[in-house]
Design a protein around this ligand. Structure first.
Ligand SMILES: [Zn+2]
Length: 87
C-alpha cells in the first residue's frame, strides 16, 4: 500500500519539524515584556522606554483615582440609605 508509506513519511517529516520548532523555542533568550505595550525587553527592565513607564504610571494613577471616586460614591450612597432608613 503506497499511500500508507506516504503518510508515514509525512508523519515523520512533521515530527522532525516539531522537534526543530521545540529546540528553536528553547534558544530564545530569557526576556520580559513591557508592562505598557508588551514588546520584548531585557529581563532586568520593566518598560521598553521612559515614555511607556510614564504612560503606565499615568494609567495606574487614573485607575486609583477611579477607585477612590467609586468608593466615595458608595460611601455617599450608604450614608443616604442609612439616613433615609433612620428618618
Ligand atoms: Zn513599551
Amino acid at each position: 500500500m503506497e499511500n500508507l508509506e506516504d503518510l508515514k513519511e509525512e508523519v515523520e517529516r512533521l515530527r522532525l519539524e516539531i522537534n526543530r520548532l521545540k529546540s528553536e523555542k528553547n534558544k530564545i533568550a530569557p526576556h520580559k515584556h513591557c508592562l505598557n505595550c508588551g514588546i520584548a525587553i531585557p529581563p532586568d527592565k520593566t518598560f521598553c522606554s521612559k515614555k511607556c513607564e510614564d504612560e503606565w504610571n499615568a494609567m495606574i494613577k487614573k485607575k486609583k483615582m477611579n477607585t477612590y471616586i467609586w468608593m466615595a460614591l458608595l460611601a455617599i450612597l450608604l450614608i443616604i440609605l442609612v439616613v433615609s432608613a433612620g428618618a
